[in-house]
Design a protein around this ligand. Structure first.
Ligand code: ZN
Ligand code: ZN
Length: 439
């Protein structure tokens, strides 16, 4: 038995020992680990990240600001009721920040997550390792992990990716709903692929493996899902995605990808959002989530599925799963409908143990790669130019005369200058002609 499998079993053993003092619901026996909660974005949107008037310890259901917000489902009392043992808090900034202030804003979101965790030491504990999750659970605290949602946040810079890791980020979603210069997002599936996962994109994946940062494939295109799984040297995750066969939305995961995921030993953490779980979103209910989970288990087994509800990232949740207090209801329903499949043991796999296995494995790959040098290449000017030859060059400075790709960038800039001259000339000629005619 290698050290990481031993650590995983030890973690299970420690949890079980700790439990001798608890009895009751199956979710008291293992941490519920949720892959995706966008509360930090609501802190940004509603409070400009100013936590001084924010009371996370209160039930916010009837709060004048948070109670009337259609995408707000989270506070500590309801997390406790929902028996959440670990939560990925998401540092998300919108696609409109790409090529502008995405990086600065992402750092602010990481900062607000850390300040939030620090402000509630009796309930939250910052976690950056799988062991930390177990430790937090044993201290009856909610392990708080950080994920970055969208590769645009790293601005195509591997140095930034490495510093994200140092700041405690443990997964990065390769895209949000926009292409980066190295990976397509899911909406290209409704049209046509643009880039797929480029060579630089594969380097990003390999560097994440080397760092020990999980590769999150929610939001990427079908092709990028498959290409990233093939490129990854560690198990990958879908932090908040459901099954395409059950609900035909481009954000969901196709069956062939599920098979690759099983071979990769990764995990799909099922998203609850009404629009992703039922083709008729207004009819979405708890049993739709049951259907997604059971379908995935039918396809690839019970070891590769988890929970990534997406609370606070969306404005509509299925009936029966209205907020973060509802996880136990889902687990009870699974067991009630199929107690042969859903024993306490398999419910614990779904709740968190599958994710812990993945996390320990990602750490093992990182440690095995300890002698590998950091990837040092820059994204090429051609790659940047291919995706957007205006915005990119308006916000990126060139390292003059030292880049082998400089001619391409110069050509791009020259092209833009030429276009500018043409437009200017046309305007002057138009004014001149108009003046001549009128005169
Ligand atoms: Zn998302
Ligand atoms: Zn999100």
């Amino acid at each position: 038995m290698n050290a990481y499998i031993f650590k995983f079993h030890l973690a299970v053993f420690i949890i079980n020992c700790f439990l001798s003092g608890r009895n009751g619901h199956v979710l008291d026996e293992t941490p519920v680990i949720d892959g995706h909660n966008d509360l930090p974005y609501n802190l940004y949107a509603l409070l400009r990240n100013n936590l001084s008037g924010f009371n996370f310890s209160a039930d916010l259901t009837s709060d004048p600001v948070w109670g009337s917000c259609s995408s707000c489902f989270t506070d500590i009392p309801r997390l406790r009721k929902g028996k959440v043992g670990a939560q990925f808090w998401v540092a998300y900034v919108g696609c409109s920040t790409q090529y502008k202030d995405a990086l600065g804003k992402t750092l602010e979101q990481i900062d607000v997550i850390k300040r939030l965790v620090k402000a509630y030491p009796n309930d939250l504990l910052l976690a950056t390792t799988a062991d930390d999750i177990v430790q937090a659970f044993n201290q009856s605290k909610i392990a708080s992990l950080i994920g970055v949602e969208g590769g645009h946040s790293m601005d195509s810079r591997l140095g930034v990716l490495r510093l994200f890791y140092e700041l405690g980020v443990r997964y990065m979603t390769l895209t949000h709903s926009c292409n980066t210069p190295w990976a397509d997002n899911s909406y290209v599936d409704d049209a046509a692929p643009v880039l797929n996962l480029t060579e630089y994109g594969k380097t990003v994946v390999r560097e994440m493996n080397r760092l020990g940062m999980m590769v999150d494939l929610s939001h990427v295109s079908h092709a990028v899902m498959n290409q990233a799984i093939m490129a990854s040297r560690a198990p990958v995750i879908f932090s908040h995605s459901s099954s395409y066969s059950i609900c035909q939305h481009n954000r969901n995961v196709h069956d062939d990808t599920l098979q690759l995921l099983r071979n990769n030993n990764g995990i799909i953490m099922v998203n609850f959002y009404s629009g992703f779980v039922n083709n008729n979103a207004t009819a979405a209910e708890l049993d739709d989530i049951v259907r997604h989970i059971n379908y995935i288990v039918d396809q690839i087994g019970v070891e590769y599925v988890g929970i990534g509800a997406d609370y606070d990232g969306v404005d509509s949740m299925p009936r029966g799963l209205e907020d973060v207090s509802k996880y136990p209801v889902l687990f009870d329903r699974l067991q009630q409908l199929n107690s042969t499949r859903w024993t306490n043991e398999t419910l614990q796999l779904l709740a968190g143990r599958n994710f812990l296995r993945v996390f320990y494995e990602v750490e093992r790959v990182r440690d095995n790669l300890a002698n590998e040098e950091p990837y040092q290449e820059w994204i090429s000017y051609e790659d940047l130019d291919a995706v957007d030859n205006v915005s990119v060059w308006n916000c990126r400075t060139l390292l003059n005369n030292t880049s082998p790709s400089l001619p391409s960038a110069q050509a791009s800039i020259a092209k833009r200058s030429f276009n500018g001259v043409v437009i200017f000339t046309v305007i002057v000629m138009y004014m001149f002609l108009t003046y001549s005619i009128l005169a």
